[in-house]
Design a protein around this ligand. Structure first.
Ligand code: SF4
Length: 346
């Protein structure tokens, strides 16, 4: 007979109205798997939502062009196969595969915690990157409104932000984004790696259609928000051809984006194993080329330069030459040091 998880893990009984911390969650999952998360609510999308108590809202980071990050949720039901945040889910003793996209931690108290942190006299109002390990506008935000609450607190705290998302729901919050912009600065980076329908369906199964995201960019820009597009990541063999890049950049320009940036996909730890398994399962013929291209975390510098060169040329052609503030980009990469490999063409 199956054990009663609550009887096995009495921690939750002791917490009363308080929510567990992420450490409590990790301990519970380590002992009993995700089935032991008996408080997690299953919703219509079949994902489990586990409310947690966070001790801090702002996370200090090193080696990035910004010092602070803010993530209202952990895990993401958008479930992009290339997502670099997949590897972070192992912190909670969950896998970087299905569990990343179907067990979402909800930081129930994050708005209050953020308010306390910004009220400290020592807070220097440095740039906060929002959405570095999750999508702040994944569908559950419609219910909890934690991202909106945090934006209001950031506006009151006169703190500048850079926010990345694939969620058109951000249009709901254009009023509060403008408040942040008036109080400090706000830049929205809508992630639209490609407008190619096949690549979208294959790689980003839980996201809104790319054109819906671009329409959200247009609405934000029309409202006065500094919003542009990140073609991030460009995925070799799926969205990297010149024709697909051209269609995407033209669509971005047609929707009035204020800037465009790009990154080529990198693969590390759990994200790497998830992506390689996905290829082996769905596109086995591509796997050997990927093994060569991704001998290291990043593809060869020569390959990345080639893709970035194409994007730059197309940006100029479609009048998207204004450079965005790279310091604020929440998807910014650490400095690349891997050995360069040459001779790969895709
Ligand atoms: S939307 Fe962003 S955070 Fe969510 S799975 Fe896709 S890449 Fe990851």
């Amino acid at each position: 007979m199956a054990k009663n998880p609550v009887a096995t893990y009495p921690l939750f009984l002791d917490l009363g109205a308080h929510k567990p911390t992420s450490r409590d969650i990790a301990d519970t999952v380590k002992r009993g798997g995700i089935e032991a998360l008996t408080e997690a609510e299953r919703r219509a999308d079949e994902a489990r939502y586990q409310e947690i108590t966070c001790r801090s809202a702002l996370n200090s980071v090193r080696g990035m062009p910004f010092k602070w990050t803010l993530n209202t949720y952990r895990g993401c039901t958008h479930g992009c196969h290339y997502c670099f945040a997949r590897r972070y889910h192992v912190q909670f003793e969950m896998n970087a595969d299905d569990e990343f996209a179907s067990v979402i931690l909800v930081k129930r108290n994050i708005v209050d915690v953020l308010r306390r942190e910004l009220d400290r006299p020592s807070w220097a109002r440095e740039l906060v990157a929002v959405g570095t390990a999750t999508d702040p506008y994944q569908p559950i935000e419609g219910h909890y409104r934690l991202t909106r609450g945090c934006l209001s607190v950031l506006a009151a705290g006169r703190t500048p932000i850079g926010l990345v998302t694939k969620g058109p729901m951000i249009v709901r919050d254009r009023d509060v984004l403008l408040e942040v912009a008036r109080a400090a600065a706000a830049t929205v980076y809508m992630s639209v790696p490609t407008v190619d329908d096949d690549a979208w369906r294959i790689l980003e199964p839980g996201t809104a259609h790319p054109l819906q995201r671009l329409r959200a960019v247009r609405e934000l820009v029309n409202a006065g928000v500094n919003a542009g597009v990140l073609m991030a990541p460009i995925v070799p063999g799926f969205s990297s051809s010149r024709a697909k890049l051209e269609r995407t950049i033209k669509a971005i320009a047609d929707h009035g984006a204020r800037f465009v940036g790009c990154n080529v996909m990198y693969l590390q730890d759990g994200t790497r194993s998830h992506f390689m398994d996905f290829l082996a399962r769905e596109f086995p013929s591509m796997r050997p080329r990927y093994e060569r291209l991704y001998a290291h975390k990043y593809p060869p510098t020569s390959y990345r330069r080639e893709v970035q060169g194409m994007v730059r040329a197309l940006q100029e052609r479609f009048g998207l030459t204004r450079r965005e503030d790279a310091k604020a980009r929440p998807d910014a990469e650490p400095v690349v040091t891997e050995a360069e490999q040459v001779g790969f063409a895709w």
